[in-house]
Design a protein around this ligand. Sequence first.
Ligand SMILES: *Cc1c(COP(=O)(O)O)cnc(C)c1O
Length: 384
Amino acid sequence: MRMRSTFLPFSKPSISEAEIADVAEVLRSGWITTGPKAADFEQAFCKYCGAPDAVALGSATAGMHLLFTALGLGPGDEVITPSLTWVSTVNLTVLAGATPVFADIDRDTLMVSAETVAPLITERTRLIVPVHFAGAAADMEPLRRLASQRGIPLVEDAAHAVGTEYRGDRIGRHGTTIFSFHPIKNITCGEGGMFCSDDPALMERIKRLKFHGLGVDAHDRTVQGRNPQAEVVEPGFKYNLPDMAAVLGLGQLARLEQFIVKRAELARRYLELLAGVEEILPLAVPGWPFRHAWHLFVVRLDVDRAGMDRATFMAELKNRNIGTGIHFRAVHTQKYYRETMGLPQGALPSTEWNSERICSLPLFPDMTREDVDSVVAAIKDVLR
Ligand SMILES: *Cc1c(COP(=O)(O)O)cnc(C)c1O
């Protein structure tokens, strides 16, 4: 098979002309920051995932920061999360003066579980943050049971899980959940996030902390502009999602089910074609009932069988016009965390094993079946 003549990125947002027109309309409207579109987006998101309440934010990281502030996390407090995750939760933990505690993951689903979290709980544990990895669902029932038995808040990092379902419910319906709309995620606002919770007191606090501690948005729901009488109830941040971004989120959300169907088709094709490639190990599909949102298509390179390291493999794919990514390099192996935490090698065996071998192949809704075929052809060519 001939190699590709054009570069295939590992991810690319799908933006429609209608969405571009909607953004332009907001730009022309005279109100471009947080206002009616952000409110519509929050409402539509609640309806989609079944969450009782939601607040739109500038990023998922902002949501995590607001949560840490609401919980009053500080020195002496411990936050349990995987090391194989995006760095934001761990960075915020350290910035709050608290201590990250890394739970190892299942070697083939990359998920933390009640089994890996339970032994790490101490009297200082203040928060557990599992990650729904790659768009599959973590096994929440045992995790929720563990957290509630020990009286510890549990918040789901659902950055990969917009549209994921677990035991018949969309992620976001229960508990407290933080979603991301960064451009590589399943839907995008450019940058954005959504904080959902079924805890009304927490939601009230998050809404207040999101906007200077004023307890109101910049936009009075009935009149242009803000109620000038609003006053600071407690010091807060500036993490609101502007309408020019929220309107893009609204358009994307309306197409999310289509996106997921397409992603699932492409993923099935990958699984079919890669079944015979023994150097490539796709992730396992978890056994509990869930619907995959197929945010990422992650494989592990069997470096011994392949006779090459991952860096070479990725560079060779790039030479053949195939973009790839790493989701993620384990946090504890990165410079700052090596130097400050100094976990011994082998402390998190499944995390480390995967951190050295994982590679995300191109997966986005505007890809074609032929694109998938060209990725697999390039992989076979590299490994030959
Ligand atoms: C992308 C991502 C985040 C952060 O999302 P932002 O919206 O970029 O702040 C957090 N956790 C995971 C697992 C992610 O992949």
